[in-house]
Design a protein around this ligand. Structure first.
Ligand code: ADE
Length: 229
């Protein structure tokens, strides 16, 4: 998968050189490029922001550098490219969207800063690719970079070959609408705390039943909304 991110802080994406995503890039499973939005400015101060029409607090990202960045990355309309504007005003990211995006050929992340990006940039982007505005949760970050990193990690680990043990993808939180069951490793007793006896029993049916029970209990306690409650 080709992934690009447009940002005024491309160094944020250095984190993608670490661990499994670094290996995935070395193995050519992912081809990632961070693009500095300021490369597409033409004034001495490399200005990317301006005050909002109609007033209001803070500054907005001006459209011209974004237009040039899209011209550079997506010079012609391409229905196989997905542009994602990371924004607290977007649809909320979840595992189902991660699965959907993991099928994409190319994703271009547009990471806004300040109070956001001139809305015409989103309209214009639709003439070049499929566009979605995506939030990673109901809180406000200083910019879209951390959100893009979270989405990239959740999506990339679903690409075949990125995770060594593909089976581990089947047994994790959100895969079946429930949170994951609690897990334990050795020693069986640690600081006076025992591993639940059923896990030492060797009774696979009993273990499976216990795990499901724990999943439901945890989901009820932490995320009743997932159970429609
Ligand atoms: N930019 C700022 N806050 C954000 C959020 N919650 N999700 C995505 N992008 C953001």
């Amino acid at each position: 998968m080709k992934i690009d991110a447009i940002s005024i802080f491309p160094d944020y994406f250095d984190a993608l050189k670490i661990s499994l995503l670094g290996k995935a890039q070395a193995a050519n499973l992912i081809d990632f490029t961070a693009v500095d939005l300021r490369e597409f400015t033409h004034d001495k101060h490399r200005t990317v922001d301006d005050s909002p029409y109609g007033g209001g607090a803070g500054m907005l990202m001006k459209p011209e550098p974004w237009g040039e960045a899209f011209d550079f990355l997506i010079p012609e309309a391409d229905s196989e490219t997905q542009i994602i504007f990371t924004s607290p005003a977007g649809e909320v990211f979840n595992q189902a969207l991660a699965v959907e995006l993991s099928q994409a050929k190319r994703i271009v992340f547009a990471c806004g800063r300040y109070e956001g990006i001139d809305e015409r940039v989103v309209e214009f982007a639709k003439s070049r690719a499929s566009v979605r505005m995506v939030s990673i949760g109901d809180y406000v970050l200083n910019g879209g970079e951390v959100a893009a990193l979270a989405i990239i990690e959740a999506v990339a680990r679903l690409i075949p070959g990125v995770i060594g043990n593909a089976e581990s993808l089947l047994e994790e939180s959100h895969n079946d609408g429930l949170l994951e069951y609690p897990s334990y490793t050795k020693p069986a007793n640690w600081r006076g705390l025992d591993v639940p006896a059923v896990l030492l029993s060797g009774n696979h049916a009993a273990i499976a039943a216990w795990r499901l029970e724990q999943q439901v209990k945890r989901t009820k306690a932490n995320r009743p909304d997932l159970l429609g409650e």
